[in-house]
Design a protein around this ligand. Sequence first.
Ligand code: SAH
Ligand code: SF4
Ligand code: F3S
Length: 438
Amino acid sequence: MKNFYLETFGCQMNVVDSEQIVDLVQQLGYVQVGSPEPADLIILNTCSIRARAERKVYGHLGRFKPLKQRRPGLIIAVCGCVAQQEGGRMLEKVPYLDVVCGTHNVHRLGDMLRQVEERRARCAEVAFLEADQRRRLFPERRPNAEVTRFVTVIQGCDNFCSYCVVPHVRGREVSRPAAEVLDEVQALAAQGVREITLIGQNVNSYGRKEGDEISFAALLKQVNAVEGLERIRFMTSHPKDLSDELVDCFGELDKLCKHIHLPVQAGGDAVLKAMRRGYTREQYLGRIVRLRRVCPDIRVTSDVIVGFPGETESDFEQTMDLLKEARFAEIYSFIYSARPGTSAADLTDETPKAVKQERFDRMLALQEEITLEYHRRDVGQVLPLLVEGSSRQGNGQLFGRTTWNRIVNFDGGRDLIGQIVPVRLVRAYRNSHLGELA
Ligand code: SAH
Ligand code: SF4
Ligand code: F3S
């Protein structure tokens, strides 16, 4: 028997690629294990969005070196965005690495691994494919009966925000044929999947290219009609592609959850422009107003970057101000990290690190107040919860999510898994609520 160990970093796109990787290596006869020590094959599916994410990959590989020395037959493979960025260079940098598999080459991983097994031939495949070919290669995974699943609808990114590595490591946008998306959703619903999240780096630019079939809003409407499915989410949305037609879906589609993740990145027009985001502060806030008009209790979450090159104190104040005005339920904030190959990497950045850190801390404190206010106010409410499984706290409780994507832990029988049940929120914690069946 052969064992494999897989570790996944980064975003939803890597999560789906990893599911495909699991299917591929299982077909080669490998069985998944939970730690690297007993593995005959170790795969890292990597992320290079910030410098720290990339460093982590090299740190992990270092840990595997003694394993390889002890067992020379061990195969080590790197997939994902660091593999794409580094390519064949990575084999030189890491002499005990066997396989480098790029983001367009996951379907080739099985052949590459066989080459290593049979001839110990180290290999790197990182060529980008043409759109036509990619359209036929959307990740295919075996359907299973988990409560929630991701379904990829679009890959790549055309936006080239000045700080971002994604277009460089994932290539241009390609939308998946609508019929294929619907087939997958139907197959999942038939297996018992209750909630699907339609995913893409820019999910709402689906269908916008010459030759594409239907808009993202039109696709959502078709998915909404799939029998057996209870809930729909999508991520990540770009504010500039959030059409009126799509906003209106939040008022029209009964299965669409009342939550949108809409990364703003910065609150002032000067920084937004330097980031090449393609919208102004006013346009962004206008989208939020319309979302709340169409769906008054929708919750919006966001991403924010602090310390973009040239960000002044007054630019930063505008971001703080926007947080107060937009009242996000949650934000994911990051200190700017210069990435190789991006246009912002050439900008001079004179803001001292300590100043960036201080701004970052101030922002976290402000958002913490806003987030807490939401959570406290929610205590006492009875809300429909889709029960997903055993609580990650390992205390025998179950967990589920509200329509706002908030995790609630509560006591209940395992027969509730996969059902939507009414739960009263009794206590608010930082990352979850405690609830009780109502
Ligand atoms: N496609 C999504 C985001 C993908 S990356 C979008 O357009 O919003 C996830 C988040 O990482 C981004 O929203 C951004 O806030 C952050 N990020 C991306 N590049 C970064 C960089 N160079 N430094 C710091 N944060 C970054
Ligand atoms: Fe990166 Fe911008 Fe594309 Fe999002 S839209 S993936 S931030 S380039
Ligand atoms: Fe990271 Fe690649 Fe996703 S860089 S955020 S894993 S697209």
